[in-house]
Ligand binder design. Structure first.
Ligand code: PLP
Length: 390
C-alpha cells in the first residue's frame, strides 16, 4: 500500500504556513527575543524590524506605514473597528452590516443590539450580491459605522467595496471592510479608497495564526479597544507578537510576489474542478456569483445529499474540504450565508466548499475528481429523492 494521498482544499479556514515565513520568524524566538519597547540594544533592533514589517504590510495594501495597527487577527480587528468607532461616537446608535458577514462581525452586532444599538443587516440576492439601493436607504443621521466584508468566506463572492464606500462616505459615515478573505488573494489598493478601516488576518494567506492588522486610514476617528501601555502609538496596547508580526510581513511580501501568476493558476484549477463536477452531476449547482468571486473558492451544492456525509467520506480519502451546514443540537442547520441567499434547504444541506491555495496542484484536482463521484453516487442511492437524479 502506498502512502495515503492528502489533499487540503480548506484554505478559507486556514492555510499552510510558507516555509519562508517559518524561516523568517525563527530567530525571533531565540536570539532576537528583545522587547521592542526596551531602550537597550536588544529592544532597539527589534523595534526597527517591526517598523520594517509595518512597511511591508502597508505596501501590500497601498497604505502608509502609520495606518497599520497590529492585532491578534481578523476577529480582533473586526471588533476593534466596530467597537472603537461606536465608542468615539456615543450618540450614534445605528450600525449597518450584511446578513452574510462572518460571525466575528455578526455575533458582535447581535451583542450590541442587546445592549441597545440598532443594527440593520442588508440582504443579498440568490447570487449573494447586495442591493446598493437598500444600502443607500439604510443610512441614517445616527449611523455610526457601516461594516461590510470584501469577500465572503463561504462563497468567495466579492462585494463592490469601492462603490459601497462612495455611498457611505457621501453621508460622512465611517466605513469598515472585513478584508480577511480578500487580502493576499486579490490585489487591493487603499490609496485614494473610500475605505476607512480594513481587517486582515495572516493565517488566511500562508502566515501564522494569531496575528493580523487593522488598517486605519489617517484621520479616522476611533478609540482603542485594548488599553494599557503605549504600544502601536496608543491604538492597541500589549507587548507586540514579534515573531507573528515578522511572519505576517513575510506572508505579505510573498503574496505580493506570487499574486498575479498564482491568481491565474489557482483560478484555472478551481474552474476545472467546478466545471467537471457540474458536467458530471445534474444535482450539482454553484452557490454564489460565478463571475464575481475570489479565484480560489467554489461552493457547490449537491441536491438531496448531506454535505456533512460528503465531507466525512472525503476525509476518509484524505481530502479536507468544508461544508455549508453545521450540526447544531442534532439537526443540520444550513449556514446563515446560504440561508440569506435563499438556497433551498434540499441544496443548502448538501453544500461543500472547496477553497484552494498556491500549494495545490493539478494532481490534487485530479484526485478530487476521481474520489468525489463515487461518494456522491453512493449517497444519492441511499437518498429518498436521489435515485431520480443519478
Ligand atoms: N472574517 C472573515 C471573513 C473570516 O473568514 C475570518 C476567519 O475565518 C475572520 C473574520 C476571523 O479571522 P481570525 O481567524 O483571524 O480571527
Amino acid at each position: 500500500m502506498g502512502e495515503k494521498k492528502l489533499v487540503y482544499v480548506d484554505n478559507n479556514a486556514t492555510t499552510r504556513v510558507d516555509e519562508e515565513v517559518v524561516h523568517a520568524m525563527q530567530p525571533y524566538f531565540t536570539g532576537l527575543y528583545g522587547n521592542p519597547s526596551s531602550i537597550h540594544s536588544f529592544g532597539g533592533q527589534i523595534a526597527k524590524k517591526i517598523a520594517d514589517a509595518r512597511g511591508q504590510v502597508a505596501e501590500l495594501l497601498g497604505a502608509q506605514d502609520t495606518e497599520i495597527v497590529f492585532t491578534s487577527g481578523g476577529t480582533e480587528s473586526d471588533n476593534f473597528a466596530i467597537k472603537g468607532v461606536l465608542e468615539y461616537f456615543p450618540d450614534k446608535k445605528h450600525i449597518v452590516t450584511t446578513k452574510v458577514e462572518h460571525h466575528a462581525v455578526l455575533s458582535l452586532c447581535d451583542k450590541l443590539a442587546k445592549e441597545g444599538y440598532q443594527v440593520t443587516k442588508l440582504s443579498v440576492d440568490r447570487k449573494g450580491n447586495l442591493d446598493l439601493n437598500e444600502l443607500r436607504n439604510s443610512l441614517r443621521d445616527d449611523t455610526a459605522i457601516v461594516s461590510i466584508m470584501y469577500a465572503n468566506n463561504e462563497t468567495g463572492v466579492i462585494f463592490p467595496v469601492e462603490k459601497i464606500g462612495q455611498i457611505v462616505k457621501e453621508r460622512g459615515i465611517t466605513f469598515h471592510v472585513d478584508g480577511v478573505q480578500a487580502v493576499g488573494k486579490i490585489p487591493i489598493n487603499l490609496k485614494d479608497s473610500p475605505i476607512d478601516l480594513l481587517s486582515l488576518s495572516s493565517h488566511k494567506y500562508h502566515g501564522p495564526k494569531g496575528i493580523g492588522a487593522l488598517y486605519i486610514k489617517r484621520g479616522t476617528r476611533i478609540k482603542p479597544m485594548i488599553v494599557g501601555g503605549h504600544h502601536e502609538r496608543g491604538r492597541r496596547a500589549g507587548t507586540e507578537n514579534v515573531p507573528g508580526i515578522i511572519g505576517l510581513a513575510k506572508a505579505c511580501e510573498l503574496a505580493q510576489k506570487y499574486m498575479q501568476d498564482e491568481l491565474t493558476r489557482i483560478k484555472g484549477m478551481r474552474d476545472r474542478l467546478e466545471e467537471k463536477i457540474l458536467a458530471r452531476f445534474k444535482n450539482a449547482l454553484v452557490n454564489g456569483d460565478r463571475e464575481n468571486r475570489t479565484p480560489n473558492t467554489t461552493n457547490i451544492s449537491f441536491e438531496y445529499v448531506e454535505g456533512e456525509a460528503i465531507l466525512l467520506y472525503l476525509d476518509e480519502r484524505g481530502i479536507a474540504a468544508s461544508s455549508g451546514s453545521a450540526c447544531t443540537s442534532g439537526s443540520l442547520e444550513p449556514s446563515h450565508v446560504l440561508r440569506a441567499m435563499g438556497v433551498p434547504f434540499t441544496a443548502a444541506h448538501g453544500s461543500v466548499r472547496f477553497s484552494l491555495s498556491r500549494f495545490n496542484t493539478d494532481e490534487d484536482v485530479d484526485y478530487i475528481l476521481s474520489e468525489l463521484p463515487p461518494i456522491i453516487e453512493r449517497l444519492l442511492e441511499i437518498s429518498p429523492f436521489g435515485r431520480e437524479v443519478l
